[in-house]
Ligand binder design. Sequence first.
Ligand SMILES: NC(=O)c1ccc[n+]([C@@H]2O[C@H](COP(=O)([O-])OP(=O)(O)OC[C@H]3O[C@@H](n4cnc5c(N)ncnc54)[C@H](O)[C@@H]3O)[C@@H](O)[C@H]2O)c1
Length: 364
Amino acid sequence: MKTWKVALIGCGSIAESIYIPQMAHIPQTELVAVCDIIPERAQKYAERFHVPQWYPNIDELLAHCDFDILMDTASIPAHHEINMKALQAGKHLYSQKPVGLTVEQVTEQMEAAQKAGVKFAASPIHPLRPDILFIRDMIQNGAIGKVTMVRAHTAHGGPEHFQYRDADPSWFFEPGAGAIYDMGVHGLTMAVAVLGPAKEVSCTAVISQPERVVRTGAFDGKKIKADYLPDNYLITLNWGDGCIGVVDAGFCQVASTVNMLEVYGTKGTLTILGQIKIGEGDGVRMYLDSPELKVRGWLDPLSQDRPPRGEFEQCECLSDLIHAIETDTTPTLDPKIARHVVDIMCTIPQAIEEKRTLPLHTTF
Ligand SMILES: NC(=O)c1ccc[n+]([C@@H]2O[C@H](COP(=O)([O-])OP(=O)(O)OC[C@H]3O[C@@H](n4cnc5c(N)ncnc54)[C@H](O)[C@@H]3O)[C@@H](O)[C@H]2O)c1
C-alpha cells in the first residue's frame, strides 16, 4: 500500500479540531508539512502535532517540500490562489469550501487539474456522507414518491461566538468571505446532493448584527465590523417539475431545534435529525404514508445495501481522493458540484438586488 504524502495549508480552527487529528485515522496518508501565512502558527502546529516540516507560504512549500496531496484549510479568500498554484505544480488537491469565489475561478481550477493530470476534490463533504447518500438513494428509488420540497438549515451564532479560536475571526465578515460562503454553502450543497442541480434561485438577506464581539479564544473581547455583507439568509430554489427548496443560513442563530435537512414527497418525508454536526451517526428518519400498504407513521430506516459502519469523519475526503487517484476516477466530491453551488451563491446578490428569481447556468 502506497503512503501518500500530504501537506496542509491553513493552520486554523478546522485544521486543529478536525483535519489534522483525523488524518491519523487514514492509514494511507502521512502528514509531512504544515504551512501558514502567519509563520508562528505553522511552527506551532508542526511542534504540537509532530509534523516534520513547516513553511510560511505556498511558494516555499511547493519549492522545498516533497508531497503528493495538498489539503487547503486556509481562509476562504485565499483558496483560489493557493489551489491554482498547487494544481499547476502537479499536486492532487482537497480544498475547503468554497474552492473559489466565482464560477470562472472554479472552472479555472478544474481545467488546471485536468491539464496537470491530477485529482481535485472540493469541500463541503456532504456528497460523501453516508446519511446524505442513503437519503439520495431512497429518493431515487421512489421511497417518498414525487419530491415536492427540500428544506435545509445551516446556521449558527457566528464564528466569533460558537467555537474557541486562536486565529482572528474578523475575515469571516469581510468581502470575499461572509455567511453565504461559510454557512449557506452547506445547506445548498446538501440540497443539491440529494436532489441534483437546481434551475432557479431567489433570496432575501439582511445584515442583522452589524457589529460582533469575539466571545472566546485568543481574540476574546475584540470588536468586529460586520456590516459589509448580509449575515442572515433565506434562499429559495426551484428544480422545476413542482419541486422547490428553502435554505436558511447565516450567523444569527445562537441555538435552534430545526433539523438540518428535510425532504418532503407525496408519499412521505425524509429527515436528518439534529443540526449541522457532521459525524454524529446516521440519524435518518422517514415518514411513510402508504395507502397501498395501509400504513403510515415514522420509521428508522436502515440501508440494505450499505454495510454498518462507524461514525463518519470529515477526513474521509482523503480516502475518497486517494481512491480516485489510484483508480483514475472522479472523486465523489466532484468540483462540478461545488461549482454549481458557487453559481447559486454568486447569483444570490443579483437576485436580492433585483428582487426576483434568476436562472442558474451550471449543472453536474
Ligand atoms: N471552523 C469550522 O468549524 C469550519 C468548518 C467547516 C469548514 N471550515 C472552513 O475551513 C476554512 C478555514 O476555516 P477556519 O475556521 O479554520 O479559519 P481560521 O481563521 O481559524 O484559520 C485559517 C488559517 O488560514 C491561514 N491563512 C490565511 N491565508 C493564508 C494563505 N494565503 N496562506 C496560508 N495560510 C493562510 C490563517 O493565517 C489561519 O491560520 C474555511 O474555508 C472555512 O469555511 C471551517
